[in-house]
Every structure is written in structure tokens, then in C-alpha cells.
Ligand binder design. Structure first.
Ligand SMILES: [Zn+2]
Length: 416
């Protein structure tokens, strides 16, 4: 049997608090510990000045770390002080974050488990806690982390959209590409989504931005042009998005051509889907000769593929002028193919040319956010609980915000 003295040491109780009594209950195993204080003065939560105790709240209960697998609860009536300047106020609980019904020690454990388990449901299982309780801790941790985040200079940012579950509702993510973290998550993917993010920044911070990568989604561009000084030269349309459009165009041409050939019982293109989508250098070696034969043919797919491969050279250009000349010449060749999907990509590139070739000023991509993307995908799959954009935001910032999540002890009174 633990003595009260030993238990006091184990609990690391704050100064002036001690154990009044304990009670062990069986099936389920629970330990209940009642705490009392021995002083008549506590710091005012606002000005921290020592003030006389006015009265006490009714009894409150906090869950603590388990003792020998018994769920453990602390009980106490909290003093309310009378401050000459701030009136009657409840003291700051020295062992728990306000509004959470668990101790800070348990809260730290919950945060560690949610980080280690990678999923909330996994952490719930390990901790023997409900989803709502764990989510409450995550919410507080993210609020705390966001409030602590330094107003640092962020120079390279990325903007991207993510689908919230599979219901085609979107959220907008803004990344710090240098530190590889998510700065914030906004609802929808509208101009207002991104404007609402920029509005949280002071003008000097916005001026400090050197580059913003994004796809060719108009509302993001409009919002950025409105808010970021000299944005025309700072927006870079992410090369992977451009490449994605080109890849889809090649595939479209292949599908149409394959269908036509099959009608004439010609299966030349059968099973070749991925040959055309790989970069040449990434194609398995044994397929290179087969691909070379097809490329040398007069297949329309081969023409589209050649245009796709030529587009890749655009990203090697080191000046905006040479990039502009190259892209213009490339678009002419692309249009000469007469292939509708390829012509559409050529038009897309020409319509967004200035921001595509800004890449030559500063070769940034959203690739730095790849690690973040895989975590976000895991969160998207763990559908339960992320039914609103707020909970999705909370989870993304918890895992990918680079935030200082753990609680710390409240400020102590200068005169305590
Ligand atoms: Zn006060």
C-alpha cells in the first residue's frame, strides 16, 4: 500500500496542494484522489497578483495517468479569488489545461500517443479513451501551437487543394515549402479561401514572399495577385501540375487511337498505357526497344508522346527569355499535331505562360510537400471524425503543422 507521502511525490503535486484522502474502487479498477490546498491566497489569473480566497467552486474531477492500470482521477474544489482589479475569478488549475477534464501529464501522454500511432483511432485503442476526448486534446494542442507559432519570415509558399473525404468538398492548404510544414488550412478552394489566409498576414510579411507555387486554378491566382506585392513575377505554376495535364492528354490520344485500331483488329497499342506515361529514362530497360519502334511509327500516340517529352526540356531553361522562346516554339509544334487533347495543353501553357516560365527565375516546386501529402492522404482515408473541414484542418495541423503541441505549466505569480 502506498503511503500518502509516496503518492504525493509520485503525483508531483504543485506547492500548497496535498492529498486529503484516497479511495480505491474495484471492477472496474479506479483510484480516486481528493486534493486540498493549505493557503489563503492565490494569484489572480489575469494580473498574477496574490489575492485572498473568496470561495470555492463545486468539486471537479480530472482523469490522470493510470496507476497500476487503474484509471486514476483527481478531485478538488478550486478556490475563487477576489482581485481588487478583476473581481472574483477562479484560479488557473496548476495541473490541467483550462476546460480539459484531464491532467497535463495525461494530456502530454495523449499527444504522444496520437503522434506515435499516426491515427486517432489507434491512439484511442491504446489509451482506452473515446474519440471525442482525444479530439478535444488535439484541438487544444493545435490552438496552443498556432498561438505559439513565431511570426517568422516565410519566403517560399505552396498552395494546393485537397478533397475532404470523397464528397468532392475541398479544402485549401498553404505550405511553407522551406520548412516543409502546413501553415494553415482553409475551407473550399475559392478566391475567398486564399484571401482569408493572406489577410492573417501583415503587409511586410506578404512583401517578403519570394515565390508561391500553385496549380493553374484561377481563383488562387486572382487572390494572390490581389494580396501579394509583385505577385505576377512570384507565382509559379507547379511543373508537376503542367506535366499531369500533358500526361492525361497523351493517354486520351492513346485511348482514342487504340479504340480505332481495335475496330480493325489491330492491337498494336494493347498493354502500352504506361509506356507512354513514364519519362523515357524511367521506363524499364526491356521495354525501351519496343517503345522506340512505336515512336518511329506514324501513330498519333507517338506524336503526342514526342510533344510530351519535348515539354520536359522547358524546365531546364535558366532564363525567362529562353524559356518563353522555347515554350512558344513547343506550343507551335504541339498545335501542328492536330490532336485535340494536345492542342488543349498547348493553349493551357500559352494562357499561363508568364507564371509557368517564372520557374526559370526560381526553380521551386511543391515537391517538398510530398511527405506532407502522404500524411494528408492517410488522414483522408481515416474518414471517421473528419466530416467537417474544421476537424480535417485540426488533424492536418496536428500532424503537419510543425507546431509546439505540448502543454506547459501556467505562469506563476511574481509574488507567489
Ligand atoms: Zn487581477
Amino acid at each position: 500500500m502506498l503511503t500518502t507521502d509516496a503518492l504525493t511525490k509520485l503525483l508531483k503535486l504543485p506547492k500548497h496542494w496535498s492529498i486529503e484522502r484516497t479511495e480505491i474502487r474495484m471492477s472496474p479498477d479506479e483510484a480516486h484522489i481528493w486534493l486540498v490546498h493549505d493557503r489563503g491566497h492565490f494569484p489572480c489569473p489575469t494580473c498574477l497578483c496574490l489575492c485572498a480566497v473568496h470561495d470555492h467552486t463545486s468539486e471537479r474531477m480530472w482523469r490522470h495517468l493510470d496507476l497500476w492500470k487503474a484509471q486514476t482521477f483527481l478531485h478538488a474544489r478550486l478556490p475563487r479569488i477576489q482581485c481588487p482589479d478583476h473581481g472574483v475569478a477562479q484560479i488557473t488549475v496548476p495541473w490541467a489545461t483550462p476546460f480539459l477534464n484531464m491532467t497535463m501529464d495525461l494530456e502530454r501522454e495523449v499527444i504522444s500517443q496520437v503522434l506515435a500511432c499516426k491515427t486517432v483511432s489507434g491512439a484511442c485503442g491504446v489509451l482506452g479513451m473515446g474519440w471525442d476526448q482525444v479530439r478535444g486534446v488535439m484541438m487544444r494542442a493545435v490552438e496552443r501551437g498556432m498561438a505559439r507559432r513565431a511570426d517568422d519570415d516565410v519566403t517560399y509558399i505552396g498552395v494546393d487543394e485537397k478533397a475532404l473525404l470523397k464528397r468532392h468538398r475541398y479544402v485549401t492548404l498553404v505550405y511553407d515549402l522551406e520548412r516543409k510544414l502546413v501553415l494553415d488550412v482553409m475551407p473550399e478552394r475559392t478566391e475567398e479561401s486564399l484571401l482569408s489566409f493572406y489577410r492573417t498576414w501583415k503587409p511586410a510579411r506578404l512583401e517578403n514572399i519570394k515565390m508561391i507555387t500553385m496549380d493553374m486554378w484561377g481563383p488562387y491566382k486572382t487572390a494572390t495577385l490581389k494580396m501579394v506585392p509583385l505577385a505576377w513575377d512570384k507565382i509559379v505554376h507547379d511543373r508537376f501540375h503542367v506535366a499531369q495535364h500533358m500526361g492525361k492528354a497523351v493517354d486520351r490520344v492513346r485511348i482514342d487511337e487504340h479504340r480505332g485500331l481495335m475496330e480493325a483488329s489491330d492491337n498494336t497499342l494493347k498493354g502500352t498505357k504506361h509506356w507512354w506515361l513514364y519519362g523515357q529514362e524511367n521506363l524499364p530497360r526491356h521495354l525501351l526497344a519496343d517503345l522506340a519502334n512505336l515512336v518511329a511509327s506514324d501513330l498519333q500516340t507517338a506524336k503526342a508522346w514526342t510533344v510530351k517529352e519535348h515539354l520536359r526540356h522547358l524546365w531546364a531553361m535558366t532564363s525567362v527569355d529562353t524559356a518563353r522562346d522555347y515554350a512558344t516554339a513547343w506550343a507551335r509544334v504541339a498545335k501542328d499535331t492536330g490532336l485535340k487533347p494536345v492542342i488543349a495543353v498547348a493553349d493551357l501553357v500559352l494562357n499561363h505562360l508568364d507564371q509557368i516560365i517564372n520557374f526559370a527565375r526560381n526553380p521551386v516546386t511543391n515537391a517538398g510537400a510530398e511527405g506532407i501529402n502522404s500524411i494528408v492522404m492517410t488522414l483522408q482515408r481515416a474518414a471517421r471524425g473528419y466530416r467537417t473541414w474544421q476537424t480535417f484542418r485540426m488533424a492536418i495541423l496536428f500532424y503537419c503543422g510543425g507546431l509546439a503541441l505540448y502543454p506547459t505549466l501556467p505562469r506563476s505569480a511574481p509574488c507567489a
